[in-house]
Design a protein around this ligand. Sequence first.
Ligand code: ADP
Ligand code: MG
Length: 163
Amino acid sequence: MIERTLVLLKPDAVKRCLIGTIITRFENAGLKIVGMKMIWADNERALKHYTEDITIRRGQFVRDKLLKFLVEGPVVAICLEGIDSVEVVRKIVGSTEPKTAPPGTIRGDFAHMSYTYADNNNRAIPNLIHASGNREEAISELGLWFSDKELHSYNTVHDSQVI
Ligand code: ADP
Ligand code: MG
C-alpha cells in the first residue's frame, strides 16, 4: 500500500551537516519526497510531537531530555511517500540505539552512542532521525508538522517502475 510517513532530521543531524547525505539514502531507495521544510520547533510543538506515549514507553526522564533536545536547533521535516513507507523508512533508519543499530542503517553508520552513555550523561540519545512508528502515528505527526497545502502529489520518473 502506498502511504506517507514523517521523518525529522533532528538538530544533531542538521548541526553535523548530514542533511544531504541522509536525504540521499531515502531518495536512493525510491521513496518520494512530497513535503520538506526546516523548522526550529518551539516547546509547544515539541510537547505535541513527543506525547505522553513516550513517558509510558520510555519514562518521564527520557521525555524531559527529548523535549529539550528537539528544540536545541532547527530540524528538517520531510514527508516521504512509498510502498509501506512507515516500515521501510524505519528499516533504513535503524534501531533506536546507535550502538546496536546495524551498519548500513543511518543510525548505525553515522552514530554510535549507547543508551547507557546517554543516561549517565543526562541527555537524550542523539540518533539523527525521527521516523513515525506506525501508520496512526504517521497520520497524526504529519498533521502536526505539515498543512495539506504543503504536501504535494506529483509523478517522478521512477513512478512507472513502482506503481
Ligand atoms: P524511535 O525514535 O526509534 O522511534 P522512541 O520513540 O522509543 O524511539 O524514542 C524516541 C527518542 O527518545 C529516541 O529516538 C531517542 O532519541 C530517545 N531515547 C529513547 N530511549 C532513550 C534512553 N534510554 N536514553 C536517552 N534517550 C532515549
Ligand atoms: Mg518513536
